[in-house]
Design a protein around this ligand. Structure first.
Ligand code: EPZ
Length: 426
């Protein structure tokens, strides 16, 4: 398996372009299944999860063409099956996002249950219960969700929990349902808003996205559209934290500052000077060491769980004691065990990581366990004495486009190493 080798000690300086948001591109690509013609989606990031989604749609008979600028044309008119197989779904849980569109447009869907993952059990019960409430006949057996319906019928859904893809799946199911659907306690993430904007561009009637109450008036049909995916706020936040940790000065282009208020607030608290424009963010740490910050993750617009591992890495080398509490997922501190091996003075108490910052970490061989944990290990490597070798970086490639190229562009000493040859013991 490929690994990333990082030689720490350099501060990040310069500017980079932020890619399109993975967590907006995935539901929007699924939403194209709802249309009775082709759509062209732009600003798609070149990530492994995107490739997996294209393979998933391709296996359904959907025709996809990708241009050199990662603009994807998706033509759902030649779909010949509504099946999402286990061998693809197990590599990407977000495959569950085809369930709502297939059911709404074709009245059927056989979608493998996504298993758990490193950060938690991550059930999809709220997706299934919501679709049943919309009139779908759903059985869950042999690891598959088997859904059938005539035409879904709008209703009022009150979500037990705030679920991002749950809100997205049910919104996509409701756009072609008969009558009105109201989703209460809906997720407010910007990616939900981006999906709603794309659905409306296709002729849907969605209002209230970005608030906790979304209203959908069902329509008879949707047409294909051209749509540009919004910038990735988590990639943006990850590079801002990297710059703050290394005392550097970066300018991030093609991003959306208004999506990161909670993250920007915490970085200013840590001592970073941050200025923003329409589509750019500049951070200047002026060579200073960050102050430790206290963070509690929660659904948007609060501090995002997808930025939790990164701020733990900052606290590991910050001045003072920082406490980070994870409230969304039950097991999202695997990075702490690895950062401890790099010399961090951090301990876990329940769902809180308490860190007493040290001046410098020491490089070590570490292993990535999930997408954002991997990113935090790369960040820790940037501020470590010596070399850090991050293994299992396929996790990173799922969510960060060309991370080593972008970091190298900012002056980091980082390179991708070929996989280790595993010698047989025969
Ligand atoms: C989305 O996952 C994101 N993925 C995740 O990003 C992100 O961490 C998460 O939202 C929270 O912001 C995509 O958008 C593709 P949830 P999702 O449903 O929708 C529980 C990354 O790093 N729950 O909002 O799967 C669940 O267990 C990834 O890019 C149920 O109990 O997350 C969790 O505790 C990681 N039953 C909580 O809700 C359900 O039916 C929030 O999960 C659904 C969710």
């Amino acid at each position: 398996m490929e690994r990333l080798l990082i030689r720490g000690g350099r501060s990040l300086e310069g500017d980079i372009r932020i890619s399109g948001a993975k967590n907006a591109a995935l539901p929007i690509m699924a939403a194209t299944l709802l249309a009775d013609g082709p759509s062209v989606i732009g600003n798609i990031p070149d990530l492994h999860d995107i490739t997996t989604t294209m393979e998933l749609l391709g296996r359904m008979g959907v025709r996809l063409t990708v241009d050199e600028r990662m603009r994807v044309e998706i033509d759902p008119t030649c779909i010949d099956n509504c099946h999402a197989p286990y061998e693809l779904v197990k590599t990407m849980r977000a495959s569950i996002l085809v369930l709502g569109p297939l059911l709404a447009r074709h009245g059927e869907a056989d979608v493998s249950l996504p298993g758990g993952c490193a950060i938690g059990t991550r059930p999809v019960n709220l997706h299934v219960e919501g679709l049943r409430a919309l009139g779908a006949d759903i059985s869950v057996a042999n690891g598959y969700i088997r859904a059938r319906c005539r035409r879904l019928k709008g209703t009022r859904l009150v979500m037990d929990l705030v679920t991002v893809t749950g809100t997205e799946n049910l919104m996509m199911a409701a756009v072609l349902a008969e009558g009105q659907t109201i989703i209460e306690n809906a997720a407010r993430e910007p990616e939900v808003v981006d999906l709603a904007n794309c659905l409306n561009a296709m002729g849907a009637r969605v209002s209230g996205a970005g608030t906790d109450t979304i209203t959908i008036e069902g329509v008879e049909r949707l047409s294909g559209t051209r749509y540009e995916v919004l910038p990735d706020r988590i990639e943006t936040g990850t590079f801002l934290v990297a710059a703050a940790m290394t005392g550097g000065r970066v300018h991030l282009k093609n991003t959306a500052p208004y999506l990161l208020d909670a993250v920007i607030g915490k970085l200013r608290e840590s001592g970073a000077e941050i200025t923003v424009g329409e589509d750019w963010i500049a951070l200047d740490m002026g060579g200073r060491r960050p102050h430790a910050v206290n963070v509690r993750t929660a659904p948007y617009p609060a501090y995002p769980t997808d930025m939790q591992a990164q701020i733990c890495a900052l606290n590991a080398v910050a001045e003072g004691v920082g406490m980070v509490t994870e409230t969304v997922f039950e097991n999202r501190f695997m990075h702490v065990l690895e950062i401890q091996r790099m010399g961090a003075d951090v301990r876990l108490e329940g769902h809180t990581a308490i860190s007493n910052g040290v001046e410098r970490l020491t490089g070590a061989p570490v292993m990535a366990t999930d997408l954002r944990a991997s990113a935090s290990l790369v960040l820790a490597g940037l501020v470590s004495e010596g070399d850090t070798l991050v293994d299992r970086i396929y996790h990173i490639d799922r969510g960060y486009e060309c991370i080593e190229e972008k970091l190298a562009q900012l002056g980091a000493d980082i390179r991708r190493m070929p996989g280790e040859i595993v010698r047989s013991h025969a």
